[in-house]
Design a protein around this ligand. Structure first.
Ligand SMILES: Cc1cc2nc3c(=O)[nH]c(=O)nc-3n(C[C@H](O)[C@H](O)[C@H](O)COP(=O)(O)OP(=O)(O)OC[C@H]3O[C@@H](n4cnc5c(N)ncnc54)[C@H](O)[C@@H]3O)c2cc1C
Length: 474
């Protein structure tokens, strides 16, 4: 009798450009399409919401092609051997992951199943370039983005994306109902803003890419720092869950640049951001402690403050700095925050409040729909000054100037902090400088309807500089 192959889906929730899927089909064996909710892995609340809807979308796409998605909950290292025995499978296929916990699980499974005569095959679906293939002249990992990315661009181009299969068949076995996993919040259901903002799933991700390349990429280079505009692709949650392949983004962007349907300026800017994502994964793979430990050792004993009240005010968007608060409220409401504003709020947490980047990263992890262990860890370290190619410690974002520069008409602030909407543009980023009369006309009562600044930025800046300056030299 023909043996079965198990296709173990993880952060590759798509049918297009899915090398493990195509390899399973090419084996000419009956396939089990499996997703395991591995509760030994930590998935944040907003990501759980996304995962629910993405699995739902994937199950529907599979069904349209004739296959069924099987859901199982538990530790993968227990579930997989059980399933292999119960179904008499002789192969398990998956696309690779790059975080240390994931690699450890995969290695253990590969070894134990291998010893039982079950072949495990893994593929790259998540990155353009495998992290171990990119090394500097000394054979070491890169720690400077431009050198890393230039080196990547000198490599043979990544494999051409694989088409989604037309038809599928699968083996039907018992599956958990998706609802039984309770991935959606109920008490309370805080997901209203997520529902209004996002459509998870592969089809919606491909449509977002198409729309971005048709409508937005032309001005992307100029406008990508403006949170008041819809100027970026919003592909991050889909990339995080593998609903879209980075190779599809790479090839589609290059194809449109070559036939002049989009400008090289816009296209290159997008590819460079995809490059930053590759760089984060490069760092995560080569420095597995990236999520917890600073890359620059002189930051190891940094005297971070511990102040739950200040942290709470930051999370709730109640710092009294409008651009910071707008960002934190956008995050809470939609599960996403504009990149420029992520930098501003992160800088405020670690440099103005002196709270640790790990604390900030953990909040992002729980609230972002695009929570990505590589991007989140590398970016927090970058802002804090302790990561690879990091912003130097003396770069401390001024929340007023940043607001005035990147939200010049205050529209972003007005959207997320309606209680300030009647302030004039010249005061919207610094309401505490408004006269009592101006505040009264705008119906703002500082300290009552909107907080006074929880810290004086200039003083906080000097305090941070003094501490950073005193760090041991790296
Ligand atoms: C403190 C902090 C935390 C962050 N946490 C995450 C996270 O958990 N998950 C995440 O995907 N991104 C994270 N980022 C990076 C960035 O903010 C988001 O990728 C971006 O805002 C997503 O929006 P977009 O898809 O419209 O981006 P676009 O500008 O359209 O870029 C396209 C894609 O390129 C990648 N990209 C863009 N900017 C960066 C960057 N600076 N670093 C790495 N990759 C990038 C993303 O995959 C993004 O989807 C973080 C940035 C900061 C400063």
């Amino acid at each position: 009798m023909t043996k079965l192959v198990i296709l173990w889906l993880r952060q590759d929730l798509r049918l297009h450009d899915n090398p493990a899927l195509i390899a399973a089909i090419n084996s000419n064996q009956p396939i089990i399409f499996l997703y395991i909710l591995d509760d030994t892995l930590n998935i944040g609340g907003a990501s759980r919401w996304w995962l629910h809807h993405s699995l739902d979308a994937l199950a529907q796409s599979l069904q349209k092609k004739g296959a069924t998605l099987v859901l199982r909950k538990g530790a993968a290292k227990t579930i997989l051997p059980q399933l292999v025995t119960a179904t008499d499978a002789d192969k398990v296929m998956w696309n690779r992951r790059y975080d240390s916990a994931g690699i450890a699980i995969d290695t253990e499974i590969k070894t134990s199943l291998g010893a039982a005569g079950v072949r495990c095959e893994s593929f790259n679906s998540h990155l353009l370039f495998e992290p171990w293939t990119i090394k500097n002249k000394q054979g070491k990992p890169y720690q400077v983005f431009t050198r890393f990315w230039n080196h990547c661009l000198e490599q043979p181009t990544p494999p051409i994306p694989l088409a989604a299969p037309d038809q599928l068949t699968s083996v039907e076995i018992a599956s958990d109902p998706l609802e039984s996993w309770n991935l959606l919040p109920t008490k309370p259901d805080w997901s209203g803003g997520l529902k209004d903002t996002w459509q998870p799933g592969e089809a919606a991700a491909l449509a977002r890419l198409e729309n971005f390349l048709d409508e937005l990429v032309a001005d992307y280079k100029e406008d990508r720092n403006r949170p008041d505009l819809t100027a970026t692709s919003r592909l991050s949650p889909s990339l995080a869950w593998g609903e879209i392949s980075p190779r599809v983004i790479y090839y589609e962007t290059r194809r449109m640049m070559h036939n002049n349907s989009i400008t090289a300026r816009g296209g290159q800017a997008l590819l460079s951001e995809i490059g930053w994502r590759e760089f984060s994964y490069h760092l995560l793979f080569h420095f597995p402690d990236l999520p917890t430990a600073p890359l620059k050792s002189q930051f190891k004993n940094f005297p971070w403050a511990k102040d739950e009240n200040l942290f709470h005010l930051w999370t709730k968007g109640l710092t009294g700095y409008p651009i910071v608060d707008a960002g934190m409220r956008e995050l809470w409401h939609t599960g996403w925050m504009h990149n420029r504003v992520r930098m501003i709020v992160a800088s405020f947490l670690v440099k103005d409040l002196l709270l640790s980047w790990q604390q900030g990263a953990a909040w992002f992890w729980d609230t972002l729909v695009d929570a990505d262990i590589a991007n989140n860890s590398a970016s927090w370290q970058w802002v804090s000054g302790c990561g690879a190619d990091a912003a130097p410690y003396f770069r401390i974002f001024n929340p007023i100037l940043q607001g005035e520069k990147f939200d010049p008409n205050g529209e972003y602030v007005r959207k997320w902090i309606p209680e300030l909407k009647d302030l004039p543009n010249e005061l919207i980023h610094k309401p505490w400088q408004a006269s009592t009369a101006r505040l009264s006309v705008a119906n703002v009562q500082l300290g009552i309807t909107y907080p006074k600044p929880i810290i004086d930025h200039d003083k906080a800046r000097h305090r941070a500089l003094a501490i950073f300056h005193g760090l041991p030299k790296g």
